[in-house]
Ligand binder design. Sequence first.
Ligand code: PGA
Length: 252
Amino acid sequence: MRALVIANWKMNPPTFREARGLFEATRKAAERSRGVTLVVAPPVIFLRPLSALYKGKRIAFALQGGHWEKAGAQTGEISMAQAQDARASYIIVGHSESRARGETNEDTRKKVAAALALKLTPILCVGERQRDQGGAHFTIVSEQLRAVFGELTATQAARVIVAYEPIWAIGGEESMSPRDMHEMAIFIRKSIVDLLGQGSMSVKIIYGGAATEENATAMLAGGDVVGLLVGHVSVDSKRFAALLSAISKSVV
Ligand code: PGA
């Protein structure tokens, strides 16, 4: 089985020169890593120049966020069609950092619908800010899922990738345990099946939050996930190459 790795560069690096260098190193690492499907999500200003430079097939591009409207008076925004024109084929929706800036569940619903209409693959991020004994994290995740999947058909749902990202793990070095991820994956699948029926059992789930070269293979082996959403490690070319290589050795 191929592993899906999304390199979420967030707002890095500062210059195009560095972005080109990082992309070049990432490309080389990806070419050595059989069994891995790699998606790079650069800052949008670097999307077109990087995708224009790239002639291969191993790497796909993602938009980190975009507006659901096709065009119009939306200062500071970018439309999904514009990103698609720059060769993005995936879009990250509902990332906790976007939610912290005001993206609501209703916004994620509109974004996923707009992405699907354009045949972009939405990567829907869900996850709780903190965990307590009361299990409130399950309620939060189920609301985030319901907002989007409650409005989709099972066929549409099959095209959405769910990225579970516990916010408390993001940016650190320690991911959630694969065992806890496994439990959450079962919960996510059950929540979607409850909304859409058995046909949506095969929804793709990935994990994000301190995914590193140290923990990647254990998470893929034990977390019941098909891939990883990688933040800070994806902008460190040596660490990211080590992560891809570790995954590649474990999947092929
Ligand atoms: P991290 O970020 O890998 O730096 O924890 C993941 C994410 O926020 O998508």
